[in-house]
Design a protein. Structure first.
Lengths: 164, 53
């Protein structure tokens, strides 16, 4: 399936595309060097994947698989810099975090990201106040810091999963 | 790709809630930027293959 045409808007670091149902999307890899307490060579290359519908028509919108392919194509572009690391957090504030995580995992598998040279590592967080969610880091398998990246995520989990 | 965000000097009590809020804030900011920056609408017009108005 073909991705929708997209374009980077460098001024804001947005990738932009529009669907056949007239939804306008902006995808941003937000610099998140402050999340991992790791060496700058890792921490400075961490970006949070933020997907925003910036304009959409009223009413219900049919499912559209091309969005998935478009985000995958955008990710391929983002990872042209092999050191880049994307963090994706499945929001569970409405109790739908597990469903989001399943969907996200399904996309990763369905689009054969692994076969295309990507690694995804997942970490569940169960914080002291009872809040649970999952975070995933995605990076290229050729990333020479992969062991340190995995360790940094483990360290983060150890820090926040400890009962306070 | 530096922004004004600073390294966390003190870890938030709940990283999860902090990240969720950060994501929601980013989405709002992106919507605001879209409304205010005509260059973004121009890009969409190009993507749609429509002539500029």
């Amino acid at each position: 399936m073909e991705a929708y045409p997209f374009q980077l808007f460098p001024e804001e670091h947005f990738y932009l595309f529009k669907t056949r149902y007239n939804i306008r999307y902006a995808i941003r890899f937000k610099p998140s060097f402050y999340v991992l307490d790791a060496d700058p060579v890792i921490a400075d290359n961490v970006y949070e994947l933020v997907i925003a519908q910036i304009e959409k028509p009223e009413g219900s919108i049919p499912p559209d698989e091309r969005i998935l392919y478009t985000i995958a194509a955008i990710a391929e572009d983002f990872f042209k810099k092999a050191e880049n690391i994307a963090i994706y957090v499945c929001d569970d504030s409405d109790g739908k975090g597990k469903a989001r995580k399943r969907k996200f995992d399904g996309w990763f598998h369905y689009l054969n990201f692994e076969g295309r040279g990507f690694i995804k590592i997942d970490q569940g967080f169960h914080e002291a106040d009872g809040f649970s969610y999952s975070a995933s880091l995605i990076f290229k398998s050729e990333n020479r810091m992969k062991i340190q990246i995995i360790t940094a995520l483990d360290d983060l989990a150890a820090k926040y999963n400890q009962p306070k | 790709m530096r922004t004004t965000e600073q390294k966390l000097t003190e870890p938030p009590k709940s990283l999860g809630r902090w990240l969720m809020e950060s994501k929601r804030q980013s989405q709002k900011e992106m919507q605001e930027v879209y409304k205010k920056n005509p260059k973004i609408k121009e890009i969409f017009e190009k993507l749609e293959g429509k002539p500029k108005q």
